[in-house]
Design a protein around this ligand. Sequence first.
Ligand SMILES: *Cc1c(COP(=O)(O)O)cnc(C)c1O
Length: 422
Amino acid sequence: MPTDNRQTSMQYDDNLTAKLPSFVTHLECAFTGERHEADQVHNLSRAGKPLLVRYDLAGVRKALSKDKVAARPPDLWRYRELLPVRRPEDIVSLGEFVTPIVRMPRLAAKLGGDEILVKDEGRLPTGSFKARGLVMAVSMAKALGIKHMAMPTNGNAGAALAAYATRAGIKTTIFCPEDTPEVNVSEIALQGATVYRVNGLIDDCGKIVGEGKAKVGWFDTSTLKEPYRIEGKKTMGLELAEQLGWQVPDVIFYPTGGGTGLIGMWKAFAELEAIGFIGKKRPRMIAVQASGCAPMVKAFEAGEEHAPRWENAHTIASGIRVPQAIGDFLILRAVRESGGFAIAVPDDTITAALDEMAREEGLLLCPEGAATYAAYKQSLADGRVKRTDQVVLFNCASGLKYPLPPVHRTLDRHKPIDFAKL
Ligand SMILES: *Cc1c(COP(=O)(O)O)cnc(C)c1O
């Protein structure tokens, strides 16, 4: 007879099936603070700004302990009490495992710095951290009975939406700029969405989604126009703190497009402090952008709270080619409150950084991830980050999703081989 050991050993899917209390109280306009009801379909707040999910954190504090979290399977659903999905049957999962933190000892020694840690998000389903946001958005869409989701995307978000929505039986229509990496367009289509290449940038695609919402009732899943992607991205902060022994690092370099991850992590740290898991210390949040599209850097340096559209945006780091972000004020606030800054790096240093890490440490970054390493080096050089700082760089997608440099070396096996020269 098999013994029932459910009480003593964890099952791989416990986080997905356990009945756990839910602590969402309401949603709040991030700009005006106005209260909006939970458990209803929402896009932006009545003031036209992003909505943030609020929880009964005193309740979470009583219900959850570090030991309880530690005993659960290692995926992002281990933080269910701090997530918006109320019923386990609404969870749409493809296996969102905890991503590793990889140390870069050679580069640290070369730069004379302390620890360089890379949180490698490329291991997530669909090969990017967009899975964190979209698994939450789609699970909530399922809970709220949404039937048709639409999205503008530079590629990775669309791939994650397509995958999860298909799994949930929700229709998806996706628009991406015409120069979106080929692999993204293909994976989006293959995973069951209808995808169009559009002759414009991501915000031009966003306008089409907005019109479709008005005309045929699509649900607009654009970055921050939907309240739950932030909650999914928040798990990066929860996970990072837990992995470092419920500590935060000194500095986080984050490749910033729409800013969901930066805003989400900043929210995570506040919630973790409120439930007594971490103290007052916060990492300095560094928003990394490409020189060819750096609206946040410009606004940060000008002391502004909003960042106007960046014209003629161009960079090889397509995930951060976002000319205008609706959450600009949230990004800039988090960066400033944390004592951080915003920094731009040119494409040639992004390519050099990608090359250096691959050749010296064997980790293939995506261009956006490479931008964070380039920005770290630039910040060390200009003294804005100290050599003794523990830094975390975010590699947000698998380097394999991007066009790679061709290799021309060949070998003719029918001719004599001069092995000494190989
Ligand atoms: C979306 C994306 C980003 C930017 O993330 P945000 O949280 O939206 O700022 C960075 N890198 C990659 C690879 C992405 O797909």
